[in-house]
Design a protein around this ligand. Structure first.
Ligand SMILES: Cc1cc2nc3c(=O)[nH]c(=O)nc-3n(C[C@H](O)[C@H](O)[C@H](O)COP(=O)(O)OP(=O)(O)OC[C@H]3O[C@@H](n4cnc5c(N)ncnc54)[C@H](O)[C@@H]3O)c2cc1C
Length: 349
């Protein structure tokens, strides 16, 4: 930051001309005309009245920067949400209700719930980023998605210029999708309310969790054991953004209708597919990228992880534009071979 016009005790900080390099996990070196850091959601109205923000041509809300790709400098204002606090708002014999400030670290929250013996979030351990960003794409991993636990989302509605409380049903959650993602730019998530059970059936039938528990010699697993198993799997399979810049899965797994899936399967019988009970079929984007020969391939300063074909990496010093050129090359190859256009998962700016 180069200039600060308000002290943190005001509930926010604001600076002109700031470096976003340390604030995105791809670690691409970009700058923004204005960076505001919000520590207290109650200070939002005052923050919006700051000339640097009020006069900005556009605004982008940032959390931990683990699901964005900046392809060039941002000529508007970036508002980074850093408010903290986990509050118990309801407690019964069966479950606990939490209200979590948007700037809390997601993985930190998962570990907080595990320490208190709460169930549900164990499969979602080690997902980078903030709690406020979690509803945006309805984060999911190892057979569990966030929307199973969300009761309400508190958000600043830019259209109404007011704080609103949206019940889970109004959030329009789907696979890596939500109303917040579809109506990008309308809401700033200020807090998320979750209901976590004290007991819950374990989800073990996904991507090697059972095998990992067996390798750990755990016979009768508890929630914390599942968390440890998922953590071990993730550390092995995914490159750590602290070591090599990346944003996790770069593409969403495409979902096809039954007829389309059957046609594709007859042309590519070896392609991995998962059929939902309603006939819709999820394809493995990683398998298609691997089949096109991109897994582990390096292209100058960018490449595809050798550990996971869905993960694009910055080997060091690359720009966001270089990452995007590689992404476009992969999309073109998959389209030409399978007739499927892959959709990026991170927000591309
Ligand atoms: C190594 C690695 C592994 C990953 N694994 C998974 C995984 O298993 N499952 C999964 O679902 N994701 C995964 N991700 C993606 C990412 O961690 C999640 O999408 C996460 O929720 C992003 O949080 P963030 O705070 O970094 O969001 P950002 O990257 O800062 O923002 C992402 C989007 O959310 C918006 N946003 C952020 N905060 C707010 C807010 N408070 N209000 C309104 N909009 C907001 C931004 O505008 C942007 O559009 C992974 C990423 C990495 C780097």
């Amino acid at each position: 930051m180069t200039a600060s016009s308000a002290a943190p005790r005001a509930g926010y900080e604001i600076a002109a001309q700031a470096d976003l390099g340390p604030l995105n996990t791809f670690r691409v070196p970009v700058r923004t005309a204005c960076l505001a850091t919000l520590h207290d959601a109650q200070a939002l109205a005052a923050l919006f009245a700051e000339p640097l923000l009020a006069e900005a041509s556009k605004l982008f809300v940032l959390g931990g920067g683990s699901n964005v790709l900046f392809t060039r400098d941002f000529d508007g204002a970036v508002l980074r949400v850093a408010s903290r606090g986990i509050e118990v708002i309801e407690e019964t014999a069966a479950a606990v209700g939490l209200r979590v400030a948007a700037g809390e670290n997601w993985d930190g929250l998962v570990r907080w719930t595990l320490r208190r013996g709460l169930a549900g979030l164990e499969n979602l351990i080690l997902i980078p980023g903030t709690v406020g960003a979690a509803p945006i794409q309805n984060i999911g991993a190892y057979g569990v998605e966030l929307d199973e636990f969300v009761t309400r989302v508190e958000a600043w509605d830019f259209a109404r210029r007011a704080m609103v409380r949206l019940e889970a049903k109004a959030c329009g959650f789907g696979y890596r999708d939500s109303r917040f993602k579809r109506e990008a730019g309308r809401y700033l998530v200020a807090a998320v309310e979750l209901e976590l059970p004290r007991e819950r059936e374990l989800r073990l039938d996904y991507a090697g969790v059972r095998d990992e528990l067996a390798a750990m010699a755990v016979g009768k697993p508890a929630h914390a054991d599942v968390a440890r198993a998922v953590e071990r799997l993730r550390r092995r399979k995914l490159p750590d953004p602290a070591e090599i810049g990346n944003a996790g899965s770069f593409f969403k797994n495409p979902i096809l209708g039954a007829a389309e899936a059957t046609a594709l399967q007859s042309e590519h019988p070896d392609l991995r597919m998962y059929r939902f009970p309603d006939g819709r079929t999820k394809l493995s984007a990683a398998a298609m990228i691997e089949a096109c020969g991109f897994k582990g391939r390096r292209d100058g300063r960018v490449g595809v992880s050798h550990r996971h074909a869905l993960v694009l990496v910055n080997h060091g010093g690359a720009s966001g534009a270089e990452v995007w050129v590689l992404a476009e090359r992969i999309r073109a190859a998959v389209q030409s071979r399978f007739g499927i256009m892959l959709e990026p998962e991170p927000r591309i700016l």
